[in-house]
Design a binder for this molecule. Structure first.
Ligand code: SAH
Length: 344
């Protein structure tokens, strides 16, 4: 197995059966070799520093009804909120003073955040923070709207494809949502010039090793600049309430595979990973991740942006907890990089 890991580290592609063995491997020695190779790749390219991105959860109103997501429109128990432009600019000001140079605006597909409202917000952030990167993660839009936001000054866009298997996609989403529309949205983002991120939830209901191999093949050929990989975590007010969470080990394996496959990619150690396990964030970094996204949202609304149960938003997962994050990173010999951290 180690020789296959070496091949991956040399930039070679692995056959499906080898990927399958790797994805199901639970031999501690082999996994630790995989993580070590991935970590060394990260260290060579990025050194021992981790980029920080300030996450602003702009709205939990959503027109979609994704079966896994806690803020799906059918969840009537969610207290809905939408930040105003002033709220968002306040978050940016707080973040800027703490040292953040990337703001990530994430939210549901909220009709009230129309393209003119969003353009106004992006334009204001761009004018006030010319040295910062603006990342959006607001779901699917028309190519025209993506272009408008890019022209207003947004630089990056995160849109996980969730699964590259069309049947599996329809098991996770209602009929109105289309796999091909999601993939076409990603292609449009890339063509427009956004640094584009995609990814999956590990262990989403119905996911098989074959599906994961399809995801790997897609990411291998699409070559996104960012890859977001986190475990699926059930939310009690969704149809998947009684499903099991995804495996931390398999999440780490995938992080390492993508680090070796796309050495320059920006790969976050995700909030979902940190929410499932106390040392999840550190383990993600030690498996090759090089980004963390502390929460910059106003503290009173964080509980309402509940994509899954027990989602971490305080402590080292929060922007105000940067000192804690610094200490955690220091314990594993890493530091925070305050640079914008664009893809090179
Ligand atoms: N509306 C945006 C942002 C969605 S939230 C969009 O459609 O892209 C960001 C990511 O959170 C999703 O892409 C999904 O992969 C992840 N997510 C949602 N529910 C989750 C759950 N129950 N467990 C783990 N991750 C989840």
């Amino acid at each position: 197995m180690k020789k296959w890991i070496d091949r991956l580290a040399q930039g070679k592609s692995l056959d499906d059966n080898i990927l399958s063995d790797l994805l199901t491997c639970n031999d501690a020695d082999i996994l630790s070799y995989l993580h070590q190779q991935a970590r060394e790749t990260s260290l060579t390219i990025f050194g021992n520093s981790v980029y920080i991105r300030g996450l602003i959860e702009v709205s939990n109103c959503c027109r979609n009804d994704c079966y896994y997501c806690g803020i799906r429109k059918s969840n009537t128990l969610v207290e809905r909120y939408r930040l105003t432009k002033e709220d968002i600019l306040d978050c940016c000001a707080t973040g800027y003073n703490l040292g953040f140079r990337t703001f990530v605006l994430q939210g549901g597909e909220d009709r009230a955040l129309s393209i003119s409202v969003l353009t106004d917000i992006v334009t204001s952030i761009r004018n006030q923070y010319p040295d910062c990167a603006i990342t959006l993660s607001l779901g699917e839009m028309s190519r025209h709207d993506y272009q408008t936001l890019y022209d207003a000054g947004a630089n990056r866009y995160l849109l996980r494809h969730e699964t590259y298997d069309e049947k599996h996609y329809s098991l996770l989403h209602p009929y109105e949502m289309s796999f091909s529309h999601r993939i076409n949205s990603l292609k449009a983002l890339r063509e427009i010039g956004f640094q584009t991120g995609t990814g999956i939830m590990v262990g989403s209901p119905g996911q098989t090793v074959e599906h994961l191999i399809q995801d790997i093949r897609f990411i291998e050929s699409f070559k996104p600049q960012m890859v977001g990989i986190g475990p699926f975590i059930p939310h009690s007010q969704t149809p998947f309430a009684s499903e099991q969470p995804g495996s931390i080990e398999q999440t780490l394996t995938l992080i390492s595979i993508f680090r070796l496959m796309l050495p320059h990619a920006l790969i976050p150690s995700t909030t979902a990973l940190a929410s499932l396990s106390k040392d999840g964030r550190e383990r993600g970094i030690l498996a090759g991740a090089n980004v963390v996204m502390p929460n910059l949202s106003p503290t009173n609304i964080r509980k309402n942006y509940s994509l899954y149960n027990n989602k971490a938003s305080l402590g080292a997962e929060s922007a105000e907890g940067l000192k804690l994050l610094k200490d955690q990173l220091q314990r594993i010999d890493y530091t925070i990089s305050y640079s914008r951290g664009d893809f090179h």
